[in-house]
Design a protein around this ligand. Structure first.
Ligand code: PNS
Length: 215
């Protein structure tokens, strides 16, 4: 019996699609091996069964992860640009208790939801406390989108991108931050707001109000 190579949950559809479409994927495991991919081997599945199994990830869905404590306009700009590149974007809000967040997970999600209501194809979900790579796989997302403000961000993010790809095959796409926002961080904005500075240019309305209320 011919062995069928499938990488459901390990390799995204954009890699499998050309092989499936050409039919080679379903009758030969050689092209997969030639590509050097680590695959799970299934026996006895027909080409149609394979295509059906793969269909659920046949959409370019991306995840924008973060603590968002709180969300600022640099985040929003990257998320909006991601939504113009992908069919769906999930804003995954990390619990991240190690960072002792100023806002609870629910508050951070509420601020993100209120801000995203007018943007098409964007949902906001809790990431939980597990691996981001597994969150992406469980939500059928093949891409993580991150904004880069500087080489410091780059050096921090690249090892995580490699690890996430090795864990489940999820790719990371970096978008360079808009020059208006390269100096922004949630930490800096909390400090400036706490000391009475005006941060209205840098955060969405839903966040501005809450930051002012919790000064
Ligand atoms: O806004 P932040 O705090 O910089 O976001 C960091 C976040 C949530 C993206 C990062 O901590 C993360 O990916 N957490 C999930 C846990 C995980 O997958 N760790 C292994 C990374 S290779």
């Amino acid at each position: 019996m011919l062995q069928q190579a499938a990488a459901i949950g390990k390799y995204p559809w954009r890699i499998l699609r050309p092989l499936c479409a050409a039919g080679t994927f379903c009758s030969e495991s050689i092209p997969i091996i030639a590509l050097g991919l680590r695959v799970e081997i299934y026996s006895g599945a027909s080409g149609n069964q394979m295509r059906q199994k793969c269909r659920f990830i046949d959409m370019l869905r991306a995840v924008c992860p973060g603590s968002f404590d709180p969300l600022h306009n640099g985040h929003v700009e990257v998320i909006a640009r991601a939504s113009s590149l992908f069919d769906e974007v999930i804003v995954a809000v990390s619990k991240n208790p190690s960072k002792k967040p100023r806002f609870s997970l629910e508050e951070r999600m509420d601020m993100a939801r209120e801000t995203m209501t007018l943007l098409r194809g964007i949902t906001v979900e809790p990431m939980g406390e597990g691996l981001l790579a597994e969150f992406c796989r469980d939500h059928g997302a093949g891409v993580i989108v991150k904004g880069l403000r500087s080489a410091v961000d780059y050096n921090y993010e690249v090892p995580m991108a490699a690890m996430n790809r090795q864990l489940t095959g999820v790719e990371t796409v970096f978008l360079s931050a808009d020059s208006h926002y390269t100096h922004l961080s949630s930490t800096l904005l909390k400090e400036v707001s706490g000391l009475g500075g005006d941060i209205s240019d840098y955060v969405p309305r839903a966040v501005y109000k809450r930051l002012k209320d919790t000064r």
